[in-house]
Design a binder for this molecule. Structure first.
Ligand code: G3P
Length: 221
């Protein structure tokens, strides 16, 4: 399962990429706005810092405008993935970009039939927003289950299910159980995944016992 980081914060991206656990980056206009910097500059910096796919979202809402912006974003680096909204305009743009070999992440997906359309339009990734569905009293992970099942029925679709708007470790656990291809996580959630109180107390106990017994591992040589 791939882990993407859902942030445009370059310091966080550099720090967490050093763990070797980050396979790519997703951004959106809200995350880019938080940096207070020009979008093309941020995307260029992120693309230099990571080897994996970096999703950069268009701002236009019509197909022509999306394609114009996509051209600018795709020219930044080879690992840019164009993020398009799940509308007819977005799907039309997706098909055109996919036919040119440009990778697309179709975003703001909230239903399984929308995800089916994204696959038919040739998306490389579809991003169902699980947390935002949970926020309105729906079951975000049930949507992932439906999409994974539908895509498995049609192996000709190669679109990867990218679980987005994941907010806590349980979303990650369920996404992995269901066989989703990717989960994108805010930096804080990725940090949460490694934490367990028994790991911390276990280390403390081992070190205390080693110290009491005077154990050490001398350098080689
Ligand atoms: O990048 C899209 C998505 O992950 C947004 O998450 O927490 O704003 O719903 P959130």
């Amino acid at each position: 399962m791939k882990f993407f980081l859902d942030t445009a914060n370059i310091a966080e991206i550099r720090e967490l990429s050093a763990t070797g656990l980050v396979d790519g980056i997703t951004t959106n206009p809200s995350l880019a706005a938080k940096t207070g910097r020009p979008m093309t500059e941020i995307i260029a910096e992120i693309c230099e810092a990571v080897e994996g796919p970096v999703s950069a979202e268009v701002l236009a809402t019509d197909t022509e405008g999306m394609l114009r912006e996509a051209e600018v974003l795709a020219a930044i680096a080879d690992n840019v993935v164009i993020k398009l909204p799940l509308t007819f305009d977005g799907l039309k743009a997706c098909r055109k970009l996919a036919d040119k070999g440009i990778k697309v992440n179709v975003t703001l997906c909230f239903s399984a039939v929308q995800a089916l359309l994204a696959a038919k339009a040739g998306a490389t990734f579809v991003s169902p927003f699980v947390g935002r569905l949970d926020d309105i009293g729906h079951d975000g992970m049930a949507l992932i289950s439906d999409i994974v099942e539908i895509y498995r029925n049609y192996p000709q679709y190669t679109t990867e299910v990218l679980v987005a708007s994941a907010r806590h470790p349980y979303h990650v656990l369920e996404a992995a159980r269901l066989g989703a291809h990717v989960v994108t996580l805010p930096p804080a959630t990725l940090r949460q995944l490694v934490k367990h109180p028994l790991t911390d107390s276990g280390i403390a106990q081992f070190l205390a016992d080693a110290e009491k017994a005077g154990l050490s591992i001398p350098p080689r040589g």
